[in-house]
Design a protein around this ligand. Sequence first.
Ligand SMILES: *[C@@H]1O[C@H](CO)[C@@H](O)[C@H](O)[C@H]1NC(C)=O
Ligand SMILES: *[C@@H]1O[C@H](CO)[C@@H](O)[C@H](O)[C@H]1NC(C)=O
Ligand SMILES: *[C@@H]1O[C@H](CO)[C@@H](O)[C@H](O)[C@H]1NC(C)=O
Ligand SMILES: *[C@@H]1O[C@H](CO)[C@@H](O)[C@H](O)[C@H]1NC(C)=O
Ligand SMILES: *[C@@H]1O[C@H](CO)[C@@H](O)[C@H](O)[C@H]1NC(C)=O
Ligand SMILES: *[C@@H]1O[C@H](CO)[C@@H](O)[C@H](O)[C@H]1NC(C)=O
Length: 446
Amino acid sequence: MDHDMSRKPRDQQHKSCRSRALVLLIAVATNTAIFLLFSDTSSAIGIRSGEHGFFWKSTKLSFRDINITEYALAASRDELLHLHDRLATASSLVVTLLGINDTSSDMAAARDEQKHAGADGLWQPELTGELRLAVGPHKLPLGFTKNLGSDQLFPAVGQACRRFPDELERYMNYKPGGECPSDEQFSQRLMLKGCEPLPRRRCRTRSPAGYAEPTPLPASLWSMPPDTSIMWDAYTCKNYSCLANRSKTKGFYDCKDCFDLLNGREKGRWTRDDGALSYSIDAVLATKPNGTVRIGLDIGGGSGTFAARMQERGVTVVTTSMNFDGPFNSFIASRGLVPMHLSIANRLPFFDGTLDIVHSMHVLSHWIPDVMLEFALFDIYRVLRPGGLFWLDHFFCLGTQMNTTYVPMFNQIGFNKVRWNARRKLDRGIKMNEWYLSALLEKPTT
Ligand SMILES: *[C@@H]1O[C@H](CO)[C@@H](O)[C@H](O)[C@H]1NC(C)=O
Ligand SMILES: *[C@@H]1O[C@H](CO)[C@@H](O)[C@H](O)[C@H]1NC(C)=O
Ligand SMILES: *[C@@H]1O[C@H](CO)[C@@H](O)[C@H](O)[C@H]1NC(C)=O
Ligand SMILES: *[C@@H]1O[C@H](CO)[C@@H](O)[C@H](O)[C@H]1NC(C)=O
Ligand SMILES: *[C@@H]1O[C@H](CO)[C@@H](O)[C@H](O)[C@H]1NC(C)=O
Ligand SMILES: *[C@@H]1O[C@H](CO)[C@@H](O)[C@H](O)[C@H]1NC(C)=O
């Protein structure tokens, strides 16, 4: 997931931006609640959010202390948006580096600023047509304003959407009331860049010709769907037989063999417990009173097999998946399971303390930046009910990171350890020093 896919000038600024993070560190460390933002014109701009001023000079940079109003008028829209993004990244970095406990004043300032940039419509007067309608705001009817504390309603749109005005424009370019463009991969890439959720559209998605009714449950759990059940435009494979046979073809694919429900490894997953990294579903369910694990979530659940096995045991599991190189969401749905098209960057759309179990295999791993991983883990803790289980399945990292980064990170979330197995990963040789961790963690009841 590349969050730096913006235009060139920003990339060029990146280095100097990082080197100046030190200044930001100092600002936060002295609790002045001041943010320093740097523009590409080698001038530093301080935005003041308290009574105190903060001044910094160097031979290269001239410092101007100006207020937000002036700044908004002076800076180009694009530049300002980039600065906001940098502010968000830099402040979370600082929080992590310093382990700062009380960052409420910093966060409040950032939120306040975002409100100015987004909600008050810095970019909106320039929007036209469907995009303008889709992102709002829209006036509420009289009588409804009291409950919401506002007289207008803002549709939910990912904040990073604003960084990609051209792509957003293209996404919203269609005939209202007509057929939606075939732009599944394009839309998904936009989501991955942080434009999640995407704005809603007023068009109709196409249906495949010769659509066949789904296979009834429970046979649907282990049946290959008819090829005519989906549109194949977005994929290299043009039928399910091709997808199921991907493990025999060359090339890198996400979840390479997980579409093969008939012959491959998929059939056996989570049915045997090896007493080490691979837990069985039955062993995990047996840690709780019979029947008390009823609803759950599988994060990055591939073709839905975890949910299928759970369904056979009376547990309803929602599976999040992106459609990388394959129609994962449609495939899960065809099995009679609930797919959710959600990236790992998104806050889980469940209320606090509601789920009995959260499972994740492979996707939560060291490729996720540490700060984001930590936020994701706390989010999992949030949605689990007291006594709920988090099954971290084959978390992958380098041996050098295991005890220094990840064990302390997992420990501080606050789970009880029910099971914990770390093992060296040997498939690429002993030299690689790669490790797996599987753990069954329980949210405390008190
Ligand atoms: C910010 O700048 C504007 C425009 O120059 C000015 O009218 C306003 O009084 C200033 N606000 C503060 C708090 O300094
Ligand atoms: C955060 O605050 C708590 C108590 O308020 C303290 O025990 C803990 O050490 C602090 N953590 C950091 C990283 O400063
Ligand atoms: C499935 O698609 C592949 C190419 O993607 C093609 O070679 C093959 O003949 C197709 N099979 C069926 C059964 O349609
Ligand atoms: C994989 O391809 C073979 C033919 O090459 C076909 O017989 C088989 O059914 C395919 N597998 C699936 C699960 O469709
Ligand atoms: C759990 O409860 C169900 C329904 O009451 C029962 O059929 C099943 O045998 C029980 N399983 C165990 C392991 O006790
Ligand atoms: C982490 O620490 C434990 C206990 O000290 C040790 O057994 C294990 O080998 C260490 N793991 C790695 C990957 O270094």
